[in-house]
Design a protein around this ligand. Structure first.
Ligand code: FPP
Length: 244
């Protein structure tokens, strides 16, 4: 894999509602078109050699949207799993999900769990759907588990360092985010991947998610390839690692 390709790409797929409104259509039509883009971008990411693709499909905060929009998004997720599972499997993609899954409707959750299980031995790209996901909730869930373990004596405060903390995140095998893309012109993180974006490169595009294309992904990856990632070090140290 070329070093210039992000190993973990995360995307905040924003602008579905505005895309639809611009066309005089109900917001949910933007989500429907958004799923088509999810299918294409996931396959393309696997094709170019991305190892982990995290997509922000539904946030903890999205539960506060009108009930009919939430219901529509859950049905879209159901349909996506039903219709795309064979393609996911035949492309050697491993499906996973991050978030408070217990909040999903039971039928959707079971379908998702079954799809995750069926793809679990695939060795290609990991497609991580962030569902009912919040970066703060993820960190709070870590803290709760650690507090439980501290209470029953299996965890000591000095056990906790960054490596250890990471191992309690959702899907701990998923590494830090290398490149975070947000569509629709907004320049916010919106509670996505808080722990894993500490040293991410950020890329913002004005395109609404339903208009995001393979060429737009190429452009983002190209921008990423041209960046110098120093992780707190100096340029000299990056250029000649022996001086560390
Ligand atoms: C943000 O657009 C997008 C969402 C809240 C949901 C993203 C969902 C999809 C792309 C489709 C579902 C995905 C899968 C995997 C089935 P917005 O509604 O906030 O747009 P706006 O900011 O223009 O209102």
């Amino acid at each position: 894999m070329p070093e210039s390709l992000p190993r973990h790409l995360a995307v905040i797929m924003d602008g579905n509602g505005r895309w639809a409104k611009k066309r005089g259509m109900p917001r949910v039509m933007g989500h429907r078109k958004g799923v088509e883009v999810v299918k294409d971008i996931a396959l393309y990411s696997a094709e170019v050699g991305i190892s982990y693709l995290s997509l922000f499909a539904f946030s903890m905060e999205n539960w506060k949207r009108p009930g009919d929009e939430v219901g529509f998004l859950m049905r879209l997720l159901d349909d996506y799993i039903e219709r795309e599972l064979e393609t996911i499997l035949s492309n050697n993609i491993r499906l996973t999900a991050s978030g408070r899954m217990a909040l999903l409707p039971e039928g959707t959750r079971k379908k998702l769990e079954a799809a995750i299980e069926r793809s679990s031995s695939n060795g290609g790209m990991v497609l991580n759907l962030a569902l009912s996901y919040g970066g703060r909730s993820e960190i709070i869930d870590v803290a709760r588990r650690m507090a439980e373990e501290a209470k029953n004596g299996t965890l000591q405060p000095e056990d906790i360092d960054e490596e250890f903390f990471k191992s309690y995140l959702y899907n701990p095998e998923i590494p830090d985010v290398d490149l975070l893309i947000r569509t629709s012109g907004e320049m916010r993180i919106s509670n996505f991947q808080l722990w894993r974006i500490a040293y991410s490169e950020l890329y913002f595009t004005d395109k609404y998610w339903p208009d995001f294309s393979r060429a737009d992904l190429d452009e983002a990856v190209q921008s990423f390839a041209g960046r110098e990632r120093r992780f707190g070090k100096t340029t000299d140290q990056i250029d000649s690692p022996k001086s560390d």
